[in-house]
Design a protein around this ligand. Structure first.
Ligand code: ATP
Ligand code: FE
Ligand code: MG
Length: 332
């Protein structure tokens, strides 16, 4: 089957055409990053307006690049949630319009299912598998026994990993989005500060990053008060070392305990160079296959939505034309 997929949950207007859930025919992403940079973060109203302006052109480009017509398309998929409600609505309404105009079935997709299924555009899934989801709004360990089945075994109790990156970056006066900036700075720094690593209770696979974030921000305040120079490289490297130690150790423990065949990584923070390297080291020789998407599939895109939608297509999991955006959509 060939699916036209749309994603507008945050600040990327994206459309893609995906065949059989695994083959990318086109993948168009119009980012608003430079627009939101001026404000130091995503401004929801501004995001919605830009989605409206971009949507039609992005859709047309995705169809053109895939070299398909609507006669070739078997279903239209769209991110239903979670995300910014006004942003989601633009994609949902565009998808409904296309589905109605061309009499195509409609599929509502969970954004995080999309991030996970980005990996299936690279290699087949083998179950059971564990997915580490690390994005701007989520930090989760999800166990899967079969396609479309998501069991949450751990999640953040406060900030998401990407959120902590963005907030620490702001405290370091780096431009939005902060994750890539900290990643870059950390490459030339060292873990000189030894910030706390929060493992929570023994046996818990939950995460917590707000204590770490506060420790970094307090350290920066102290230094500014005393007029001490701020060694941004070391602060970035120290913060990042704390995040990655916890992510890698907990994920490894969970993968062993649940006897999984694969560990698949998902979400924007999986673009992080050090996280990728550390996971590779840790899982080498473990007998568990590690998959991390290429950079263009880590952050928001519609290809991943098309890949997740393919499973729903085969399960007959379709939506009506009353499909609504759901900013707090749950996975299970
Ligand atoms: P969600 O997917 O939870 O709804 P989102 O869509 O905003 O949130 P993504 O687009 O998946 O999140 O990822 C964006 C996040 O990834 C941002 O917080 C950004 O700082 C972070 N990020 C991107 N690249 C890197 C990197 N190289 N290192 C660390 N963090 C990164
Ligand atoms: Fe995302
Ligand atoms: Mg994003």
């Amino acid at each position: 089957e060939i699916i036209l997929a749309i994603e507008t949950s945050c600040d990327e207007t994206a459309a893609a055409v995906v065949q059989g859930g695994t083959e990318l025919l086109s993948n168009v992403v119009a980012t608003q990053m430079d627009i939101h940079q001026k404000f130091g973060g995503v401004v929801p109203e501004v995001a919605s307006r830009h989605h409206i302006e971009q949507m039609t052109a992005v859709l047309e480009q995705a169809m053109d690049e895939a070299d398909v017509t609507f006669d070739d398309i078997d279903a239209v998929a769209v991110t239903q949630g979670p995300g910014l409600v006004g942003a989601l609505l633009v994609g949902v309404n565009a998808a409904k319009a296309v589905a109605y105009a061309h009499d195509l079935p409609l599929i509502g997709v969970h954004h995080i299912a999309g991030h996970i299924y980005a990996n299936r555009l690279q290699q087949p899934f083998e179950f059971p598998l564990l997915s580490l989801v690390v994005s701007g709004g989520h930090t989760e360990l999800i166990y899967m026994n079969e396609h479309g089945d998501y069991q949450l075994i751990g999640e953040t109790r406060d900030d998401a990993a990407g959120e902590a990156y963005d907030k620490v970056a702001k405290a370091l006066e780096l431009p939005y989005p902060g994750g890539p900036q900290i990643d870059q700075l950390a490459q030339s720094g060292e873990d000189t500060y030894q910030f706390p690593r929060s493992y929570l209770e023994e046996g818990s696979y939950d995460f917590s990053f707000s204590g770490l974030k506060t420790a970094v921000i307090n350290k920066l305040h102290q230094k500014r008060q005393k007029n001490e120079p701020i060694d941004r490289e070391n602060v970035a490297a120290s913060f990042q070392a704390s995040v990655i130690d916890v992510l890698v150790n907990k994920t490894y423990q969970a993968a062993l305990e649940h006897n999984v065949k694969q560990l698949i990584v998902a979400g924007g923070v999986s673009a992080n160079q050090s996280l990728r390297a550390r996971l590779q080291e840790k899982f080498e020789g473990s007998g568990i296959e590690l998959y991390i998407p290429p950079l263009y599939l880590c952050t928001d895109n519609a290809a991943m939505i098309g890949a997740a939608a393919s499973i729903q297509y085969h399960q007959g999991d379709f939506a009506g034309l009353d499909l609504n955006a759901n900013p707090g959509l749950m996975m299970e």
